[in-house]
Design a protein around this ligand. Structure first.
Ligand SMILES: [Zn+2]
Length: 298
């Protein structure tokens, strides 16, 4: 059963309009409406599968898992990019705090936390997916929990990070508030999300892979994120680009927009459009394919 929201999941306003309808290219081929809040500008998938019913939408077709087992070209590139982005994330947290305690919410298989730990950070993770969590815990000595309620309420962190996670969380406000209760008064929260107003989003339109409905429940533009300041008593410190996301999202989008093209053509177009996206974002502050928002408590 689907869940129909009658209030904006971010600001609770009842004023929202249908914005666009998007097909789930990756899994179900079903189409989903995206609404736009007239008050806070948030785009959100509505109706959406209920939390307990969304599992099947994360079950990608068999060929994806095959791709993972065989070292395909895409997989090799993916791993190289992941290693690079992990090193960029470490640079960022070091710049913000030097050393301290970090909580990575939605830590996946734990590569970022492992790198942070090797640099002297005290780490903790939350990962709801059992398979990823178990894999993370084999390298992170059981520092990864299924949900945040399992973490001692008194534990506070210097940095809490959510890399491409917030758009997947059903109880948005409640979760953000809970997360912030674990942030030190001089700590930082890092939120990375895809940008529905980026060049690549405009270039690919309804076939933009960043929509990723219904797994992405929210599609945060800059205004919606800026509203976090007053909604959660935060101060936006910095917005940084995630430079590789434009290439990755363009590559997936090429597969959706023209599935019959050759792999080489897909890659060439992804490189071209990814580069164009980053270039155009340079002229318009914060319109990268994905942005990383850094907030601190007021
Ligand atoms: Zn709203």
């Amino acid at each position: 059963m689907a869940e129909r929201l009658n209030k904006c999941p971010l600001c609770k306003s009842g004023l929202f309009l249908n914005y666009t309808e998007i097909i789930d290219h990756a899994v179900s081929k079903e189409s989903f409406m995206i609404c736009k809040c007239q008050n806070c500008s948030l785009l959100f998938t509505n109706p959406r599968p209920k939390e307990e019913k969304i599992g099947p939408y994360y079950e990608f077709p068999e060929y994806y898992s095959h791709e993972k087992n065989n070292k395909t070209f895409t997989q090799i590139i993916y791993n190289l990019v992941r290693d690079y982005t992990v090193s960029k994330k470490i640079k960022l947290i070091t710049k913000l705090k030097g050393k301290g305690k970090i909580l990575d919410y939605g830590c996946g298989t734990g590569e970022f936390l492992q790198a942070a730990k090797s640099k002297g950070w005290k780490i903790k993770g939350v990962e709801p997916t059992a398979k990823a969590r178990n894999q993370a815990n084999t390298i992170l000595e059981n520092k990864v929990f299924e949900n945040i309620d399992q973490i001692d309420e008194k534990k506070k962190y210097d940095i809490i990070s959510l890399f491409h996670v917030l758009e997947h969380i059903h109880s948005l406000r409640k979760t953000i508030k809970k997360i912030l209760s674990h942030l030190k008064s001089d700590g930082y929260i890092i939120i990375a999300v895809p940008n529905p107003e980026s060049f690549d989003a405009q270039r690919y339109g309804k076939d933009w892979a960043g929509w990723d409905v219904p797994r992405h429940l929210y599609h945060f533009n800059q205004i919606a994120l800026k509203n976090f300041e007053q909604l959660f008593d935060l101060e936006l410190v910095e917005v940084n680009p995630m430079l590789f996301d434009s290439y990755y999202v363009s590559l997936l989008s090429e597969g959706y927009i023209n599935p019959s093209q050759t792999l080489i053509s897909k890659y060439l177009k992804a490189v071209k459009n990814g580069w164009k996206s980053n270039k155009s974002a340079k002229d318009q502050i914060g319109q990268y394919s994905s942005n990383l928002f850094i907030f601190r408590k007021k």
